[in-house]
Design a protein around this ligand. Sequence first.
Ligand SMILES: [Zn+2]
Length: 154
Amino acid sequence: MRGEPEGPLAPEEITSDSAFTLPGFFDALAEGQLLAGRCTDCGTRLVPPRPACYDCGSRAVRLEEQPHTGTVASYTAVYQPPSPFADLAPMTVAVVELDSGARLTGRVTATLEDVEIGAGVQLRVRDPAEVGVDPEMHLSYEEEWPLHEFDLRG
Ligand SMILES: [Zn+2]
């Protein structure tokens, strides 16, 4: 995404398959690319990318690939996850601060007792077919994205 202008997005840049839409974001994720929108006015990173910054309202948002490593900022147990994950209950879900500073929520592949704030995690992208979920079915909640999870590091 280097070399792109840092100005506001032109309408033609926001196509239906661009990563500024959730299907575009999930397509990129399925290929192992975690994308955020970086607001060039205030520096906020938006995951998934949005055409306007939810912090300052600027439309000067550029796509930026995110690192796959980070640390646990907060975590909880979900006892009644959405049906595709029912077998995984109780499911550990964490807000992870990526090394870029972007925050992303996802399942952690560890029990609640093994997770702590500050624990290092590594993003893993799952095969959508393996999960058996159509990502577009999940547009209404971003809390339990089906396509990624975090493994504890070290
Ligand atoms: Zn901003």
